[in-house]
Design a protein around this ligand. Structure first.
Ligand SMILES: [Mn+2]
Length: 348
């Protein structure tokens, strides 16, 4: 097949705080700087996307000469049980029924190389392509996946933040991916990474393992060097290390260069200071607070509580949950700790 045509790129956008759309804008602008050929951006959103922000995205796409389509999924009936923006990628086969292939992107990324390299990957008989997740995440999944009927192999668990999806093949097999996910999460509420676990469970052995140049996940301050960045296509700040709390100067410089290019010059200083003021100085704490405010989201809470229970069962000789949490360095544990802390400090 010849993919020497328009590159189709999709984002999921749930934006209650009116912040996330800025990351999408930034990624759109990064793409235009490094990607050859025509690009069509597809945005799956709900009614949290404000009309000014939508206008802003439209305006940016015009300036960058990118094609743009919006899909409001808040009328889809499965949407009612989904209050997490990453889940919107599951709607892609359904709402982008005119597309055969799409690149799904998270927005906590830096695009530093030509996306055509990803677009032209031959998937063979596979339904999608993805990159192995970080080792720490795969360690957690390894424990939790003992509680599935079919264990997810730690050595093949991919990160779903960057996906090349063969929508045609996926549609042939699944009439309704979002509904299948809801059934899955009901059966396995401990699936800590929600639809990422679902996609791994469902497509195990049927996805193409891609080079990590398409999804490099930096772990801490000093692990990223210049050579590595020069060869990368996408850097993904999955987990707790986002550009705004990663201490690597090179990552920070590249990130802020991209940020600078994302806003019109006249409003640059103002926009960037506004943006910076929205950045939590203590990201961990903020994560806990956001989740605390989402306590109404029953399925999310159910998922965390049941993960905590399972993980506790796995750990011997712990005096208390608090001590256990302090001792654990795996970053996903920090989320759990925050939930626990926020929840119990309020009820004291
Ligand atoms: Mn991400």
């Amino acid at each position: 097949m010849n993919y020497n045509n328009t590159i189709h790129i999709a984002f999921g956008l749930r934006d209650g705080e009116n912040i996330y759309y800025r990351y999408v804008l930034s990624v759109m602008s990064q793409i235009s700087l490094v990607t050859s050929g025509r690009v069509h951006i597809h945005i799956l959103h709900d009614d949290t996307l404000r009309s000014e922000s939508l206008g802003n995205i439209r305006h940016t796409a015009e300036i960058l000469n990118q094609d743009l389509s919006f899909y409001d999924i808040s009328t889809e009936k499965e949407y009612l049980d989904m209050q997490n923006g990453t889940l919107y990628r599951l709607f892609l086969p359904k709402v982008c029924s005119h597309l055969d292939r799409v690149i799904y992107l998270d927005a906590d990324i830096l695009v530093v190389g030509d996306l055509r390299r990803l677009w032209e990957v031959d998937l063979g008989e596979n339904l999608l392509g993805g990159v192995l997740d970080s080792e720490s995440t795969r360690d957690v999944v390894d424990v939790l996946s003992r509680y599935y009927h079919k264990k997810i192999n730690k050595t093949s668990y991919f990160n779903a933040g960057i996906l090349l999806m063969d929508l045609e093949k996926i549609r042939e097999e699944s009439a309704n991916l979002p509904q299948e996910y809801l059934t899955f999460i009901n059966e396995y509420p401990h699936a800590l990474l929600l639809d990422q676990d679902f996609l791994n469970y469902k497509y195990q052995g049927r996805y193409k393992k891609l080079s990590n140049i398409f999804n490099f996940i930096p772990h801490d301050s000093d692990s990223v060097d210049k050579d590595l960045i020069d060869n990368q296509v996408i850097i993904h700040f999955a987990g707790l290390y986002k550009p705004w709390n990663c201490r690597n100067p090179l990552v920070l410089r590249i990130f802020f260069q991209h940020m600078l290019s994302s806003f019109p010059e006249k409003t640059q200083a103002y926009e960037i200071s506004l943006y910076m003021s929205n950045i939590p100085y203590d990201y961990c704490k903020k994560t806990g607070l956001i989740l605390y405010n989402n306590m109404g989201n029953k399925s999310l809470i159910k998922s965390y509580i049941s993960s905590i229970k399972i993980l506790l069962k796995e750990v011997y000789k712990v005096d208390s949950f608090r001590r256990f949490c302090h001792g654990v360095t795996v970053m996903k544990m920090m989320y759990l700790y925050n939930i626990h802390y926020q929840y119990f400090s309020k009820s004291r």
